[in-house]
Design a protein around this ligand. Sequence first.
Ligand code: K3U
Ligand code: ZN
Length: 177
Amino acid sequence: MTFSLRQIGDPILTQVAEPVTEFRDPGLQHLIEIMLSTLKTSSGVGLAAPQVGSSLQVILVASRPTLRYPEAPQMEPLVMINPRPLAASPEQVLGWEGCLSVPDQRGLVARSREVEVEYYTPQGSRQRVAWQDFPARIFQHEYDHLIGQVFLQRHPQQLLSEAEYQAQILGQPATAA
Ligand code: K3U
Ligand code: ZN
């Protein structure tokens, strides 16, 4: 598998990802390593396999406090294989999202405030987790990548360039290019 961070326009980002069926496949471990190192170098809070060129159902969720989400929990990156939403709260909340595959755009997107999810660990053990707020938002964003969607298709209430997001929302003056 050749690695590059895929950007919108790449057909892999519109495909529905395939479930992992062989947990002992060394290719799966290699994919997870690539995803973890990409997450680290990009300072992202999540990542999905299609973004690195693999159409397998693998995502990372790595919440941490940010300027917009200071109350968010600090998590070690969680590897979720074949994740399946079991429940999503009818209550939705607006929040700002960015995407490593959508350069220079930030969107204000409505998402369920709470989710309950079943997934498999890299060792093949089945787990359940319930999240609220930022981790729930990251999960929904990453799960969307597995069904061929990006946040632009979730009808953002507002869409800003990175520079305008920093100036208007974070209140930080634009830096010289
Ligand atoms: O560095 C990012 C970031 C955005 C908001 C808070 C903290 C960091 C870049 S965007 C990001 O981390 C995406 C990762 C993606 F695109 F690969 F899926 C995850 C994400 C960010 C914000 C809300 C929901 C999901
Ligand atoms: Zn994304």
